[in-house]
Design a protein around this ligand. Structure first.
Ligand code: NCD
Length: 332
């Protein structure tokens, strides 16, 4: 390891309510939903993620998780989440069993239950990342498993590691979260990243703006949670209503695979496009984020805009997942 151990702490714990959580707090834990993270735990994780950034910049990799095995079990398509976890594990010296393609050719197609698949795979591995089309599947897997299960997206439910990297990106780009106006745009009904990030943001003093076609509004139960939290919230179907004011413009893809009816998808698929002309109305200091993949919601000519943070967001995902894997395996 060429790493010299000189870390630049970004997160001033003194500014956080209470102390950062000790690393042992995560040992052996499943990561299922964002409500497992209070500001203390977030402070710990973001500090570690920042150290991972330094580690990668200085040394590329280390031996922290040598001898540990991660299984990536993905029943839904994924490029970045699976690659991000694989890269995270490998940079920490661990190895990966990637079951990210062709699950339809595996024992699952013979009728094996999710709990059985998990009980088998945990015999080989120390931690499992699961992506599955059913809401609640990560919890089902966690109940069957003795190793930590990390939810890599359960249908239209949650995508906690994406929300953690989204929040980390907001910290990194804008220096804090309290006081910000965050606008979420696109498919707020089916977009699980929106669901998780919204829940996480309720811990902060933010204003939320939800912009979607009428048929893709935030699910009612989540909207009620937002309203009950007492924060300032508005809905609209027009990006023009939020562009001049937003500190964070969080754009999402219309989730084609969640529509039963192709005609209903066609009606909304081109609802929004962020263009350089629109960005001229945005603040000078703000960020555009997107969990990716995009399918036309952000024009490629916006990519050169320094406010376009979506590729930096991808890299932050690896640092967050490195921090999370080390934490659940009890390695500081
Ligand atoms: C998201 C997902 O899978 O929910 N992708 C990702 O993990 N970065 C967003 C999406 O597919 O639109």
């Amino acid at each position: 390891m060429g790493y010299d151990g000189n870390l630049t702490p970004l997160f001033d714990l003194a500014s956080q309510p209470g102390r950062a959580a000790p690393y042992t707090e995560f040992l052996g834990q499943d990561i299922i939903a964002v409500d497992q993270f209070d500001r203390r735990r977030l402070a710990y994780l973001f500090q570690r993620a920042d150290e991972m950034r330094d580690l990668v910049a200085h040394a590329g990799a280390c031996d922290l998780l040598r001898g540990y095995v991660l299984t990536c079990l993905f029943y839904e398509p994924s490029t970045r989440t699976s690659a991000s976890f694989i890269a995270a594990m490998q940079r920490l010296g661990g190895t990966v069993i990637p079951i990210t393609q062709g699950v339809q050719f595996s024992s699952v197609s013979k009728g094996e239950s999710l709990p059985d698949t998990i009980r088998v795979l945990e015999q080989y591995s120390d931690v499992i990342v699961l992506r599955h089309p059913d809401v609640g599947s990560a919890q089902v897997a966690a109940e069957a498993a003795t190793v930590p299960i990390i939810n890599g997206g359960d249908g239209v439910g949650e995508h906690p590691t994406q929300a953690l990297l989204d929040l980390f990106t907001i910290y990194e780009e804008l220096g804090g979260v309290d006081g910000l106006k965050v606008a979420m745009v696109g498919d707020l009904r089916y977009g699980r990243t929106v669901h998780s990030l919204t829940r996480l943001l309720l811990q902060y003093n933010v204003s939320l703006r939800f912009v979607s076609p009428d048929t893709l509004r935030l699910p009612l139960n989540l909207m009620n949670t937002v309203i009950d939290s007492g924060i300032n919230v508005r809905e609209s179907d027009n990006v023009q209503d939020v562009i001049g004011d937003a500190d964070v413009l969080y754009v999402t893809r219309i989730q084609k695979e969640r529509f039963g009816d192709a005609a209903a998808y066609d009606e909304v698929k081109d609802a929004y496009e962020i263009t350089p002309a629109l960005m001229r109305q945005a603040k000078e200091k703000m960020v555009i984020m997107h969990p990716l993949p995009r399918v036309g919601e952000i024009h490629t000519s916006v990519d050169a805009d320094p406010r376009a943070a979506y590729f930096r967001q991808v890299q932050n995902g690896m640092f967050i997942r490195m921090a999370l894997l080390a934490a659940v395996l009890g390695k500081a």
